[in-house]
Each structure stands twice: as structure tokens, then as C-alpha cells.
Design a protein around this ligand. Sequence first.
Ligand SMILES: [Zn+2]
Length: 473
Amino acid sequence: METAIPYYWKSMDWDRFMADYPPPPMFQKTTGRLSADALRALQNERFMARVAEAWHIPFYRERWGAAGLEPGDIRSLDDLAKIPSFNSDDLRQAAVAQPPFGNHHPFGREGLGTMPLKLQTSSGTTGIPRVTLFDPMAWEVQGVQAARAFYAQGARPGDVVQITYTNSLANASWNAFTGLYHWMGCVPVTAGSGNVTPTEKQLEYAKAFGVNWWFSRGEYLGRLAEVAAAEKFDLHQLKTRFLHSYLGPDAEGAVRKRLEDAWGCPVYDNYGTHEIGLCSFECTAKDRKHLSEDTVYVETTDVDTGAPLPSGEKGSLVFTSLHRSVPPFIRYDLRDVMILYEREECACGLCTRKLSQFLGRADEMVKLRGTNVFPVTCQSAISKDSRTTGDYICVAYFAGEGLGRREEITVRIERRSPDVDSDALMKDMERALFKDLGVKVGVEIVEAGSLAELTRTGKGDKSRRLLDLRKGK
Ligand SMILES: [Zn+2]
């Protein structure tokens, strides 16, 4: 018998795909500005299709059954809150239950070879990282999501775009590449991170290739600016049109302002994960982040109780992917804290719900004398003060014994050089952090570079901002 190869270009009806998940500029005229009713109907139809598939997958069938649900109980998006949410710990368990992909996937190894599949992983912690498989639908929708973001930020066909993430087990660079190459007509320059193409070379190449804009994390854009200054390389000569970035917490816009001044162009913030794609992006209005609502349904829930929150309140984001079957993600609690806003007409013409900037990780929340403290909230005050390197870590611990035992946080902050007066910096930081956190924390000034091992800043991963020394919490 002849071998049947699942050719990628035969794997989908591409015209149908583009009508269902319109790339730019169609998105701007169609699903990017549907009426509330039409959007709800579209989301509901996709949601019901995903729920039907999930009943055939052990991870969902077992969890939903344990919560007392039966097929047929979920009749529309209105029933969403009946479905138990899950988080990355549950996915870790799923991988143990059915290695190597996990029992949340619709098939194991026996499914390989029946369709084109790509394996990506969560960023490495300890042990074997979590696997997510991508079929062409999952792969191309995330490309379309990215292209929508790029277009709304001013990207146009023919742009040359430098990507400073490495094409690796992590998804970001592949996602950018697919969006640019398949759905924007832009030319990706897959330079990789500073480990692949040294920062000095990144700048030289950008100049030589006439790079129009960059796809890069905020921290690395700062690093590029530092190296440019040290090498007497004028960043403004690059005539960069904009920077597509991931700013993380930046309450007062200090990080953005510093980057915009150094580069001489706007910086746009975005949000996504490899499971749900690059689903949220700023447009040129820079007024919070649009959601690609035909691809995800988003809720916010109370960090402590998991109860759904009304829009406009700060909570943990729970995502339901509307397009993914391999694997489905239904009520995935990403533990990222943001505010979800009601839909509104934006200056750019899109009409969507929006997300605030990133406000913290629910896992890193510390309750300090009744106040919820997110370590990333410290970032604004610290990065704004030029006496620091910007690197810091919050150390949470118990002080005292018995009834007097209480939770405390000390923030270790790096000073830029030994010339900086530690005492003055400590006092100023204590004051600034009290203002931003709403509760008093201790400050300890340490030497430049001494936190690198703990925070992993610049190591290509998100910086760690909490060292949790509380035992048996
Ligand atoms: Zn807009």
C-alpha cells in the first residue's frame, strides 16, 4: 500500500479558513467590529464545537464528570461558569497521567502522521517541560492573530522585521515568523536572541538590512539601547517605525517612555501564551489591548476564590480557546492578573473588549497585613530610579514566632554602582514602594549583578520577582 502523507498545503480549506479567521485587512472590517449579538453567536457556535470535542478527551471528561457535569449540561456560553477551570499544575499532572503529551491532547503517539503536527513546550523550569502539539489550525490561527496585531500597529507588506526570539521549543519566534511570512507579506529576519546573534551584531544587521520594525521583548530592547549607547551607535539612524513588544508591568509607563526615547518610535504592548496564541494587542491608539475575540473567550476570576468577576475589576485571566481542537483549552486559568474591559469602539476602528496591562502573577501574590501585594508592582518605582540597575527580587518570609508570627517582604534592589549612596537609595525606595504597594516593605540595597542568578533577568525567560521563603504556607 502506498504511504499516505498528510501534506500541509492539503490539510485545510484555505479560503474557508480565511473567511472563518480573517487576517488583516479583512479582520478590521469583519470580526474585528462585529455587533455584540453577532460576536456572541459566533463565539457560542465555536465554544459548543470545542465542548463537544472535549467530552472525548480524558482530561476534560474526568474533570467535568467529577464536577457533576454530563454531556448536554453545557448548552451555551451562558453555562461556562459551571465548567471547572484548570491551571498549569493540572497540565503537569496530565503529562504524568499520559506521557509524553498529556491526557488533555485528543491523541497520543498513535495520532502522529495523520496530520501535520508541531511540538512546542512551555519555557523550561525543572524536569521535562510541558508539551503542546499544534495542528495546522492552531498554528495558522496564532499566525493570523499575530498578523492582526502587526497590522493594527502599522505593519505593511514589504516591511523587514527583526525577531529577537530564538526559533526553539518556545513558541514566540515561530508565531512571529508565521504571522509575518504567511499573513502579512513582511520579511522576517530571524536573528534569534542575543545568545544566537550577539547584541552588537543585531544592531549592525538591522542597519544593513534596513529593518523597519522589531519583534522583541521589552527587556531586550533596553539591552539593545544600552549596547548602542556604549558602542556610540545612533539608534535613531535606524528609522525604526515601531517596536512590537511585551512590556509586562509598567504602571506609569516608565519602561515604555524610556524605550520610546531611546529608539525614537512608538512601542506597542501585547499579550499571549503558546496555548491561546497572541490574542491581545495594542493598536496605534495605545489605549489598552484589543482581544481577538473570535479566537478566545476571556473571563476574569477572583485570585483567592476563583469566582467570576464583573468587567473592570482586577482578576486572574481564564481563557477558553475558540479555535483549538489539538488540544482544546477550555477555562484555562493562566494566573496572569489583569483587568478585562467591556467592548467599546476604538479610535482605530476596531470594536472589541480590551485588556489592561499585565498587573502580576496570581501565584506570586503575597498577602501582607491584609493587602494583596504583587512583586511586579515594584518594577515601576525601581526602574524609574537611575541609581538602580532595575533588577530586584521580593523576598517573602515569616518573621516572629507564635502569635506574633507575620508575613513580611524585603525587596532586594541592585544599585547601579558602588558610588550610589545605599542609605539614601534605601530610604527613597521604601517611600516609593509604600506609595505603590499600599503597605510598608523593607528594602535592602545590593551590588549590581548580584541578583542575576535569582531573577534570571536577560536569560530569555520572564524575570523572577519573588523568592518565597514561607514554609508550609
Ligand atoms: Zn484600537
